[in-house]
Design a binder for this molecule. Sequence first.
Ligand SMILES: [Zn+2]
Length: 186
Amino acid sequence: MPLPAPYLRLLQAFDALPGVGPQAAGRLTQFILMGNQNGQGNNAHGNDAGSELAQAILAAGETLVMCERCYRYAMQSVCDDCAGHEQGGTLWVVENTEAQLSAENRGWRQLFVLHGLLSPVAGIGPAQLHLPQLRQRVAAEGVAELKLLLSQGVEADVTTQFIQDLLADLPVTVERLQEEPEYGTA
Ligand SMILES: [Zn+2]
């Protein structure tokens, strides 16, 4: 008997997620469906993980936006940090939300979140990382110093080079922090 269509749909949805793969997708599908056995709505862990996951995805999609200035995830179009923002000085450019939290923990609030690195293979270009908006902000606010907090690797090197070239004609210095980030690699 072939697997029912809803099962395959869920399996394929997990398989399409980055870094999951067919085997883990199978395990996740089984884990979620355990909650539906006998119509109990509870899985072996005593909670309805499937319903919670579905609702969390919907709620995030319906309520979260990216701040139009720093691209943090926020509940409104300008986040709290940007609402009372300072301008100029130093701007930290961070790779993702993990790096954002790491930066905020150190008291660095003037941020710009890339949500990735340039990757032609994955189809991620300057527009996806909002790099034109980064240039606009640096120019408009007179940012004097840009510090990049990125993971190690070729994509981070390429992204660094691109940003340096992008801002070459502006009076701003670009420095990449060479420490190993606490948040790990992308
Ligand atoms: Zn913001």
